[in-house]
Ligand binder design. Structure first.
Ligand code: KQY
Length: 352
């Protein structure tokens, strides 16, 4: 599996629609998804997957450069239900089609059913003309792993060892699946992801690879914030790890915004239904600048109208001197439970 910072042939997103997760009939979220798609499309080809009901509208509001393809889904998190592409030494690209169960199935998943989402990876592979490895009996989401493209994978115990995913598998079994499908050698296990992350602590909200040997870590200096202990523990694990090439990692602290709480108005805009995660006023969302997408020549990052926005933009600009930094106000994506990285899925270049 190439690192996300390696060249891409394209990127996929899914148009948001379900009103029990996205407020006001998903209209505010659609506007931000359209901004994200347009921003990435300046740097690499973008495909937006859209339901039949929303096709004409999405086609109308998205720039012509974005390819719009009709596709049935349950929601809009292509990082998690889409394929993870791998590339072999001969330049052949294939998709890993992980079994998807909405972040925990009937144990603690976000919604039911999830069958249409589970079929997305197959459909994307069809569109890309890529052969596919289906992992029936092994549940995983793309947001729960990050790789350096040189044999190292970072993940969290909170997610991969959660009871709603693969309770029949031991940690050693899970490691073997990761080695088999992704050709990684070294797995760095963080204990937990961002505080209150509803994916059981996906790594993509707390750590991201800038380049091999170098990561950003979501951080806070506020020792009273429950995030502090989690981030400090991650720092200790990352600093004592060695990657597949024997390197010690350089860790850059990327300060989180002040706690982002759901407002009364935002909560009222969601069509609450039993079986879908609630959006209660006052609940804290798992806000993190680490949840950015690395495109060809750009980093498309979330901002939160917070005093830490400027520092986050500055740090990423220093870490990515050859890429444009594109900040997008992403509260509406966060209100759905994730952020820009979670709504994107790269197609790595076959000949990288
Ligand atoms: O963050 C993500 N990868 C997805 C979160 C989805 C939550 C469902 N509401």
């Amino acid at each position: 599996m190439p690192g996300e910072f390696e060249p891409h042939d394209g990127c996929y997103l899914i148009w948001p629609e379900r009103s029990d997760n996205w407020r006001n009939g998903a209209k505010p979220a659609q506007r931000v998804f359209a901004q994200v798609a347009a921003a990435i499309a300046r740097f690499e080809p973008v495909t937006m997957l859209v339901s039949a009901a929303q096709y004409a509208h999405a086609r109308d509001v998205l720039p012509p450069i974005v390819r719009v393809v009709e596709c049935t889904t349950n929601d809009s998190w292509v990082r998690d239900c889409g394929p993870t592409f791998v590339v072999d030494a001969g330049g052949n690209r294939r998709g890993v089609d992980w079994e998807f169960n909405a972040w925990g199935g009937l144990v603690d998943g976000a919604y039911f059913p999830w069958d249409a989402d589970d079929a997305v990876a197959c459909k994307v592979c069809e569109l890309e003309g890529a052969d596919r490895y289906r992992t029936d009996g092994f549940v995983l989401e793309g947001g729960s792993i990050h790789v350096d493209g040189q044999g190292t994978l970072i993940t969290t115990e909170e997610c991969l060892l959660s009871p709603g995913r693969n309770p029949q598998l031991s940690r050693a079994d899970i490691e073997q699946h990761l080695r088999d499908y992704l050709a990684v050698e070294t797995i760095i296990w963080l204990r937990r992801g961002i505080y209150l992350d509803e994916t059981n602590g996906h790594v993509d909200n707390i750590v991201n690879y800038v380049r091999p040997g170098e990561v950003v870590l979501a951080w806070t200096d506020d020792t009273d914030d429950p995030q502090y202990e989690i981030s400090a523990e991650c720092l200790q694990i990352l600093q004592s790890a060695r990657d597949a090439r024997g390197r010690q990692l350089t860790v850059h602290k990327l300060h989180v915004p002040a706690p982002v709480l759901i407002t009364e108005e935002e909560s009222r805009g969601v069509d609450a239904v039993a079986g879908t995660l609630p959006r209660r006023p006052g609940d804290r969302m798992a806000a993190s600048y680490v949840n950015y997408y690395t495109a060809n020549g750009a980093v498309v990052m979330p901002t939160f109208d917070d005093p830490h926005d400027a520092g986050a933009v500055d740090l990423l600009a220093r870490l990515y001197p050859d890429r444009a930094i594109v900040p997008i106000s992403a509260r509406e994506i966060l209100l759905g439970g994730g952020n820009i990285h979670c709504i994107t899925q790269q197609v790595p270049s076959a000949c990288s």
